[in-house]
Design a protein around this ligand. Structure first.
Ligand code: DGL
Length: 276
């Protein structure tokens, strides 16, 4: 385990998700913050989180934070909408002053509040994310007159994980969801799940450019960048690129192979069981 560093800026950013979907967020963070060292944890032993109870997701999230705190992370980014919805408040309390905790929901909610005042915005995500109503509560709290229409789209995660995108099967599933009356006449659609950036193009094609498709990963990465600068936490450029670490709670070769589609390059996954 890493030794405590007196210079907080040299400490890594911890990123976690139910599996490897959160690598879309890690990739976006790495793109805008190439000097930051990332410690990624994918809870592949417990995925999907999208249909787990709130209590179960909270218990897993706390365990993951123990590992990320041992690794001296200065910031913990919950790169999973389901865990951000179910466990953000609890994790923040649990972590206390040991690290800053960020989630993937607040940055996109702020963006919607700024860009879509008085308009109608759609949201798709897992059952946990949509049924928690967290997006609705946070958007209502902004008092910006944004109407939110949300739809749980549980088939999309297994579809993407099985590599079914950019073909006619995924096109049919996407069409079946997006033609749901709940999502009629929206000005923008929030992709409320870290897997969905991989089908952003297909979703965009469905709308023929008439509805903006909001990929939270870029908005979240920009938020992390701003947050580090404002809080004097940003790493200084080093002479060698930072060595990231990627842990998973259950390992299969196919998880490792899939990292290429989520992170843009295949990465080596280290097995770290959460419960021994
Ligand atoms: N990555 C999760 C999210 O953003 C979806 C996958 C899951 O259900 O575990 O909600």
């Amino acid at each position: 385990m890493a030794q405590p560093s007196s210079d907080v800026t040299t400490r890594p950013i911890g990123v976690f998700d139910s599996g490897i979907g959160g690598l879309t967020v890690a990739r976006a963070v790495n793109r805008v913050l190439p000097h930051e060292r990332l410690i990624y944890f994918g809870d592949t032993a417990h995925l999907p989180y999208g249909d787990k109870s709130t209590a179960a997701i909270q218990a897993y999230s706390v365990k993951i934070c123990d590992l990320l705190l041992k690794q001296q992370c200065k910031v913990i980014l919950i790169a999973c909408n389901s865990a951000s919805a179910a466990a953000y408040e609890l994790v923040r309390e649990y972590v206390g002053s040991k690290a800053r905790v960020l989630n993937v929901i607040d940055p996109i909610v702020a963006h919607v509040g700024q860009q879509y005042v008085g308009r109608t915005v759609g949201l798709i995500g897992t059952k946990q994310t949509v049924n928690s109503n967290v997006y609705r509560k946070k958007i209502d709290d902004l008092d910006a007159g944004v109407q939110l229409r949300s739809l749980a789209t549980p088939l999309l995660v297994p579809m993407i994980e099985e590599g079914f995108f950019e073909n006619n099967i995924s096109e049919n599933i996407i069409q079946a969801y997006l033609t749901n009356p709940e999502l009629a006449d929206i000005d923008a659609l929030v992709l409320g799940c870290t897997h969905y950036p991989l089908i952003k193009e297909q979703i965009g094609a469905f709308y023929h450019g008439r509805t903006e498709v909001l990929d939270a990963s870029d908005v979240v990465a920009a938020h992390v960048q701003r947050y580090l600068t404002e809080n004097n936490l940003a790493a200084q450029p080093g002479s060698t690129p930072p060595a990231h670490h990627f842990y998973v709670s259950d390992f299969t070769r196919s998880f490792e192979e899939s990292t290429r589609i989520f992170f843009g390059q295949e990465v080596h996954l280290e097995h770290y069981p959460l419960w021994e």
